[in-house]
Design a protein around this ligand. Structure first.
Ligand SMILES: NC(=O)c1ccc[n+]([C@@H]2O[C@H](COP(=O)([O-])OP(=O)(O)OC[C@H]3O[C@@H](n4cnc5c(N)ncnc54)[C@H](OP(=O)(O)O)[C@@H]3O)[C@@H](O)[C@H]2O)c1
Length: 281
């Protein structure tokens, strides 16, 4: 890893998960590194659940500086860490591990700040707004504290399994105004922002699996999911006349930018990277 005298030292970083083949993190980090002429080797590694701690021992021996964590290892990453940022501790899940000191393994969760930054990229400032968060899995857990910290008026969490939404609301009740609702609730007033943080399309041939009363044409709709085609959720919002529709590609890049800055000490410009990824979806 270390070059000859005078040559730049190559930083080694990884993304781990299972499956991992689909990950776009290597491309994102390579594009960031090019902005600063940082010599970076960034690789994907398949890691089975339950084996992350032993994998990290090996990564430390190889001189790995930072590790991005994807499904299904985010909770496990948080458990094996020796130190936590407050947002990782609150979320109970980590998408970033940093190995910059011997014996220390710092867990961070940058999903929430990544989402809030990308909402701002699209001129959606959640301060004072009523937000509906669909889903109560790992992604919802990661973004909820950041939404509340950004000053939302209320966040309503709706999930297929009601008990998971209720558990999330109980866990984060001290952080801001929160409530749980069944997805088919008839809402008296549409929301300012709706976020899809489920792993499902939420829209079937028969329409959405949550109440249409949640939505008005003025609602901003954000799908954490992204792909080369418009997501079913965003297509449905378009058919409902909603103009502000955003997918999760920008969040992916923004959460990576926070990790990159932590590992390399330079803040990358994200807009060209988001644009480049868009052409490669
Ligand atoms: N853009 C980004 O940077 C980014 C970052 C993180 C995650 N994501 C995306 O966010 C999504 C959620 O990820 P996650 O880690 O939270 O997954 P997860 O922990 O497995 O949670 C899945 C969530 O989806 C719900 N769900 C699954 N199938 C459903 C269906 N048929 N109908 C209604 N709800 C359904 C689950 O509800 P139950 O509780 O009822 O099972 C749960 O709330 C994924 O698509 C992921 O790719 C994007």
């Amino acid at each position: 890893m270390t070059g000859s005298a005078g040559a730049p030292r190559t930083a080694l970083c990884l993304v781990v998960g299972s499956p991992i083949r689909h990950s776009r993190s290597p491309l994102i980090h390579r594009l960031f590194a090019e902005q600063f002429d940082i010599a970076l080797r960034y690789e994907k590694r398949e890691v089975a659940p339950g084996t992350l701690a032993e994998a990290v021992v090996e990564y430390r021996r190889l001189g790995v500086r930072g590790i991005n964590i994807t499904v299904p290892l985010k909770e496990e990453a948080c458990r094996i860490a020796t130190g936590h940022t407050s947002r990782a501790r609150v979320a109970g899940a980590a998408n970033v591990l940093t190995l910059d000191e011997p014996e220390r393994l710092e867990a961070d969760n940058t999903d929430g700040v990544g989402l809030v930054r990308d909402l701002l990229n699209h001129a959606i400032d959640v301060k004072g707004l009523r937000v509906l968060l669909l889903g109560a899995g790992g992604a919802a857990r990661g973004v909820l504290p950041a939404l509340l910290a950004a000053g939302t008026a209320t966040v309503t969490v709706a999930n297929r399994t009601a008990s998971r939404a209720e558990a999330l609301v109980t866990a984060f009740a001290a952080l801001g105004a929160l409530e749980a609702a069944a997805p088919d609730t008839r809402f008296a007033q549409p929301f300012d922002v709706i976020l899809n943080a489920t792993a499902a399309g939420l829209v079937t041939a028969n329409g959405p699996t949550f109440s249409r009363t949640a939505l008005a044409e003025t609602t901003a709709v954000y799908d954490l999911v992204y792909g080369h085609l418009e997501t079913p959720f965003l297509a449905w919002a378009r058919a409902c006349g909603v103009e502000r529709r955003v997918d999760g590609l920008g969040m992916l890049v923004e959460q990576a930018a926070v990790a990159f800055e932590r590992w390399h000490g330079c803040k990358p410009v994200t807009a060209p990277v988001i644009a480049c990824l868009r052409t490669r979806l």
